[in-house]
Structures are given as C-alpha cells and as structure tokens.
Design a protein around this ligand. Sequence first.
Ligand code: GRF
Length: 197
Amino acid sequence: MKNIALLASGSGSNIENIVCYFRDDARLHFPFIISNKQDAYVHERAKKLRIPSFLYNKDSFENGEVLAFLLENRIDFIVLAGFLLKVPLNIIQAYPYKIINIHPALLPKFGGKGMYGSRVHEAVVANRETESGITIHYVNENYDEGQVIFQAKCKVFPTDTPEDVAAKVHELEYRYFPEVIADVCLGDSPSKQHFST
Ligand code: GRF
C-alpha cells in the first residue's frame, strides 16, 4: 500500500475526484489533505470526504515542520492539485520523483511563477491558442519545470472564453489525473512518459 499526501490551496475539486476514484482501492491510501490557506474550500471537501485536513503556512514548509509530518506519517508520494506555494528544497530532496503536480496548460507554454488558475486560461485565449490541455509532471525546485509525465490536449476555438477553456481542462484533469497517479505510484518506472492527445 502507498500512502499519498494531497496538497491544495483552493477549491480542491481534483482532490475530491482523486479520493472518490480510489475509494475502493486498498493499494492507495490518502491519510490527510494539507493546505496553506485557511479559507480554502478544500477543507470543506475534506470534511465531506471524512479525511483530516491540516493548515500549514509557508514557514512550516520552509523550516522542515511539514517534512517531519510527512515522514512521521510514512508518506510515499505527494500529489499537488492547485497548490500554490513553492515546494521547498527540504521536501523535494526527501521525495525525488515522488512529488506530482498538475498544471492546467500544455507546459512549457503558460507555466512558471504567477501562471495559475484563471490566469492560465486568460493567457491561452489572449494568445489565440488553438489548443490547450493538462500537464502532469514531477516537481523540482523550479515552478512547472520538472519532468513531464503526461499531457492531454483539448481544442480551443476562437469563440471560447477563458471559462470555456477552464471547463475543458477540468474535464481532462478529472479524467486523467487519477489514472496517472495510479500509474506513477504503483508502477515501477519513475521516469516513464506518457503522451495522449
Ligand atoms: C486545476 O486546474 C489545476 O490544474 C491547477 O489548479 C486547479 C485546481 O482546481 N493547478 P481544483 O482546486 O482542483 O478545483
């Protein structure tokens, strides 16, 4: 069995989807959710899902407190879904190729500091892109630069609003993120790459 920590800063709809997807799968266990935001809706979802959620601020991440908590709880993998703090080096070094993030665009486009949430979809529309999608990648010390594990694409039409793009991207996230988590956390090849269109 693998123990997986879930981290989110916002709504947490991906977290809820992941937990529900694996509800009857004894191979993956999600003992808690961590957020850096007190008012994040993910705490409400956690209550509904009957999973404890914990609030840790930036300092707790930086000073090793969060790492100690992860290690005490024998966490094997860390999954970020809309988690906006930069993961500090102490955690990255303790979990090489064991931290996975989902980004709501086709990296390396529309990534990096400040590119999150609706800003990504606004930039995609402003740039008149004809496609967008999701990128699931390992986390390293730079925002959105870790090795890509999986990408899936959707079409963007000239008439699409950022909200339209967000809806298509969310659909891809819900469809693929759990499968990729299963593959990474239960598979034996940490650097395996998948591409889907
Ligand atoms: C998702 O689009 C994810 O790709 C991005 O932040 C969003 C989180 O949405 N990193 P939610 O909190 O899971 O609803």
